[in-house]
Design a protein around this ligand. Structure first.
Ligand code: GSH
Length: 213
């Protein structure tokens, strides 16, 4: 079945899936979605009314949600890189780490970026402080966790690293960690050098000016 990825190159969750696709080597057609264009938005909402990307089309099947897309690729289009370990316990641990990056790094990062995009009178200083505190707690947890590890699950690159790379990339722009958290900084450097993520970052470059601040 042919694969189409509905995405935007600047989007952190889309980059998470791009990293998986580039690791896996599965051929796919990229379909850039401009949510600011009413026609394109309406077409996209027919696929996934929630209106969030990435969304993968695999033949007739529509697969939303970045983690589920990566699971789908691993199961139905396995490539050289298996991103979910075979071992059930390690698979569970990998999914937990994926959830950690999505819920406790991406989510507060998105709240902070979203606040910058609001008109001044609609900003939410309380929400901003709460999101910053959540990020600092997550950094402290991750700093302890990454000591002595190459990737989030140890030696094998996994789903959790796909989630980590764009989450940390943008989180560092809103609450910098490189001076305060050396183990995360070293991990992030490895992620930046990883060809799959380096490619996603390079492809986002023409849109970088759209990132606030
Ligand atoms: N849980 C979703 C989150 C996806 C998400 O938040 N995507 C953002 C871009 S990074 C989006 O579509 N934003 C547009 C909007 O909310 O209107 C996933 O893992 O795919």
């Amino acid at each position: 079945m042919s694969l189409t990825l509905y995405y935007h190159p600047l989007s952190s969750y889309c980059q998470k899936v791009l990293v998986a696709l580039y690791e896996n080597g599965a051929p796919f057609t990229p379909e850039l979605v401009d949510l600011g264009n009413p026609e394109r938005r309406a077409e996209f909402l027919k696929l996934w009314p929630v209106g969030k990307f990435p969304v993968l089309r695999d033949g007739e099947r529509i697969v939303p949600e970045s983690s589920i897309i990566i699971e789908h690729l691993d199961r139905h289009h396995p490539g050289p890189a298996r991103l979910i370990p075979e071992d059930a316990e390690r698979a569970l641990e990998t999914r937990l780490r994926d959830r950690f990056f999505d819920l406790y790094i991406q989510e507060p990062m998105q709240a902070l970026v979203g606040d910058r995009l609001r008109p001044l009178e609609s900003r939410d200083p309380f929400g901003v402080e709460r999101a910053k505190a959540r990020l600092r707690t997550s950094y402290d947890m991750l700093e302890r966790d990454m000591a002595g590890r190459t990737w989030a699950m140890g030696e094998a690159f996994s789903l959790a690293d796909c989630a980590a790379a764009p989450a940390l990339y943008y989180a560092d722009r809103v609450v910098p960690f490189r001076d305060s958290h050396p183990a995360i900084a070293a991990y992030f450097e490895r992620l930046l050098q990883r060809p799959s993520f380096a490619r996603a970052v390079e492809e986002a470059e023409p849109y970088r000016h759209l990132f606030p601040g």
